[in-house]
Ligand binder design. Structure first.
Ligand code: TEU
Ligand code: CA
Length: 543
């Protein structure tokens, strides 16, 4: 079935790092409004806005203390409403980040819940008695050694899958669920176009809360019995009544499990982020990547829709982590884009990716803000590890790699703010910035723009069958997408060396139409039955 959201390209706006209009060092919604023409120019359809609700901001807005009002740093409700209408005016859509596995510990619900054992909201969160004077079980949290935090006032522990400041809601409680549904309607009735649902598969917890054999492999936090009842209820009560797009953040899933969330007959969610790449593939691994793509393609084929992304606000920028951010930065950024936009699934562009922004290496832990990194650093140093070694081991995957401000131009602070930015600007902003990209017709930006625009005229990019012709190759990735008699051949050399390509029968491109290429001298008439592809070279032909 064809739908608007299957055909969309989504642009993720991490607003605090986007553009600051009042000099306080934080990007803000006014800044997003000011730069909407830039986003529109890229040609994307949907904007995913990271959380901008009232929050003490321990985890950059993922710790919400009031779902119905705006974080002061972001702006006012009036600004937000203007943002929505300006997005719509430009023919784009806006999806909001829905964080309902947990709230902030400053949320009035938690303040009440923690005040006494017989408070009517006690059951809004997950409270347990100590076991042998210790934690109720050995579960590890994403951002802390234990999911349990002891609260002296009532001599019980509460559960937090993330930081201590992010207590998990108790989804078993029907009143909690109704409160959440009401809040979702509040935003939907304002006219938003959908939700990105934060760690949505964590809502249901393992019954009985048993200790596990290997607490470090935290997959027991997700995909537990009951989760699909919650999502089907959410769909019935809220989602199905609106023409929206929903994308679930769903760690630890196989395609079989994934289909239970996004199967078109399931009435749960439209699409998902699985993390077989971003969480489980630390550095580039071509054959593994192909294996993941093939398995997900087969698993969801004709039944559900995948998403394609290699970075976001939690994961190091793709050109640094999975590509080449040095000599071949531009070619590599374009190759990765070619891949993401031609593999089956909805493509996501994380702000700054479209100009090939890179990760960072700051000098000291004090330059970092990421609560995941800081907590892990403290945990390891407290255990007695060498601080410098711990620091260095955390650099590559620090979430701040992707959170540095957008580099607008080569002026002070990359033109992001007139004040002091909440996190340092990447020092390479003099070379890599939006102003430069917009002035150069061969920039990464215009390559993205072209890829996105050809998607609009070519349903083969969206609905085409996928076939890999290069399964075992460590460097080359050669695949086709086919739809209604049209076949596109995608050829990628994901390596720093020349690679000899030999195309099998039926794949010759002689005289065939070149759709796009990331080396300027490729024009499309040549036969490349056997040819050498240059480092990070990417081409698409219609054959
Ligand atoms: O992320 C979930 C999370 O823990 C990710 O860091 C993880 O790498 C992966 O994406 C899922 O396995 C979400 C938000 O994106 C993140 O910013 C928040 O800190 C977190 O939830 C808690 O709300
Ligand atoms: Ca600001």
């Amino acid at each position: 079935m064809k739908t608007w959201w299957k055909e969309a390209v989504v642009y993720q706006v991490y607003w605090r790092s986007f553009f600051d209009t009042n000099g306080d060092g934080y990007g803000d919604l006014e800044g997003v409004i000011e730069k909407l023409d830039y986003i529109e120019e890229l040609g994307v359809d949907v904007i995913w806005l990271n959380p901008c609700y009232e929050s003490p901001d321990f985890d950059n807005g993922y710790d919400i203390s009031d779902y119905n009002s705006l974080m002061r740093k972001a702006g006012t409700m009036e600004t937000w409403e203007r943002l929505l209408s300006e997005v719509h005016k430009r023919g784009m859509k806006l999806i909001m980040d829905l964080v309902v596995n947990h709230t902030s510990n400053q949320h009035p619900w938690f303040l009440e819940s923690s005040s006494s054992k017989d408070n009517p909201k006690r059951d809004y969160y997950i409270w347990k008695d100590p076991k042998n004077e210790k934690e109720p079980n050995n579960w590890r949290s994403y951002f802390a050694p234990s999911v349990w935090e002891y609260d002296e006032r009532t001599s019980q522990y509460y559960m937090h899958s993330f930081a201590v400041e992010q207590p998990d809601l108790n989804w078993e409680n029907a009143q909690v669920r109704q409160e959440i549904y009401k809040m979702m309607r509040f935003w939907l009735d304002k006219g938003i176009d959908g939700f990105r649902l934060d760690v949505i598969n964590l809502l249901a917890k393992v019954e009985g809360f048993p200790s596990v054999e290997n607490p470090n492999d935290i997959n027991y936090l997700g995909n537990n019995p009951g989760i699909h009842d919650y999502l089907q209820e959410m769909n019935r009560e809220v989602l199905q009544h609106y023409d929206i797009m929903t994308v679930g953040e769903i760690p630890f899933v196989t395609p079989e499990d994934g289909l239970l969330y996004v199967g078109e007959d399931r009435k749960e969610l439209h699409t998902l982020f699985h993390f077989e790449v971003a969480d489980d593939m630390p550095t580039w691994d071509m054959t593994r990547f192909k294996e993941i793509q093939a398995r997900w393609y087969e698993g969801l084929k004709g039944k559900g829709t995948n998403s394609q992304f290699m970075n976001n606000h939690d994961h190091t920028r793709q050109v640094t982590r999975y590509g080449n951010d040095g000599e071949y930065r531009i070619e590599s950024a374009k190759l990765l884009a070619t891949m993401i936009h031609t593999l089956p699934g909805i493509p996501y562009v994380y702000q700054g990716e479209e100009i090939g922004m890179t990760g960072v290496h700051f000098d000291s832990i004090d330059d970092y803000n990421d609560i995941a990194m800081r907590n892990k650093y403290k945990e390891e140093v407290d255990k007695g590890s060498d601080p410098q070694e711990v620091f260095e081991s955390l650099l590559m995957l620090s979430r701040d790699n992707s959170r540095t401000p957008i580099q607008w131009d080569d002026t002070d602070q990359a033109g992001f703010t007139t004040g002091t930015p909440w996190i340092k600007v990447n020092p390479n902003y003099k070379d890599i910035n939006v102003k430069q990209a917009l002035a150069d017709p061969d920039s990464v930006f215009y390559y993205y723009k072209k890829l996105i625009s050809i998607r609009k005229e070519n349903p083969v990019m969206i609905y085409g069958d996928y076939k890999d012709f290069s399964e075992k190759d460590e460097n080359l990735y050669v695949y086709t997408r086919s739809y209604e008699g049209i076949t596109w051949l995608v050829i990628l050399n994901h390596s720093d060396e020349k690679q000899v390509l030999s195309l099998g029968k039926g794949l010759d491109v002689a005289g065939k139409k070149l759709i796009i290429a990331n080396y300027e001298d490729v024009t499309g008439e040549e036969s490349i039955q056997r040819t050498a592809l240059r480092p990070h070279e990417a081409r698409i032909y219609q054959i």
